[in-house]
Design a protein. Sequence first.
Length: 278
Amino acid sequence: MNRRNFLACSSSLALSSDMLSAEELSFNGRIKKAVKFGKKPDEILMNKIVDLGFDGIEGSAPGLQVHEMKKVCQEMNLPMHGVVYNKHWKVRLSDPDPQVRRESRLGLAQAMKESKGVGGTSVLLVPGRVKGDQETHQDLWDRSIRQIRKLIPLAEELRVHILIETVWNGFCYQPEQFRDYIDEIESPWVQAYFDIGNMQKFAPSHEWIRILGKRTLKLDVKDWGSKNGFCPLGQGDVDWKKVRQELEKTEFAGWATREGNDGGLENTVKLMDQFLGL
């Protein structure tokens, strides 16, 4: 039964006016598909997302219009499962300046609160960037971990995960490194947000999934090819069959959010269903 049919036949059940949060929404262990969104509601686009069969969206914070977005999400029963921390490139946890690192930490805390306010369960974080001899790989590792650890009590209080994403930032280009980085933080509230396409350049995506194991709580869905870069799903080098096999082995059941362009959301929903076996 799709969401619209469920809503149509549920009036006799006297449902609460409050939408189920992303954490409470039950999908019986399956992968839930979402798309990236912005800071404010767009009812036309959100209606289209619902009609196409997506399960949710992921926003951007800080600066999210929490009350307005929550209201529309509730009306459409379209949960915002989390947010992307939108300052992590310019205001970095790895910056040589301690005041910038503090500013980044405070911004991340605000993003966590906004995620909680809209019903989300996570904030996607890029922990910094390797940049010259003042921002080395070890600097990024040490500085970001110190700042993230300061936010673990808040994460536990809000029940909002800090999920680390690896990108082309000079950091943790091997899955074993990324695994060890997550483990060093030593908190169930800081885990991995694995981007399937980002890291294909450095090792097969399915190997990342295997090595990260249960640390991966959410997925960014992308494809990448050595000849065509980031591309529509199925047109790159990702071995989607092996990706599905490794996800099954880890019993992954969480949000998978498409980041990229497949020539329209109509194509995206079909490709996600095809390649993730939804």
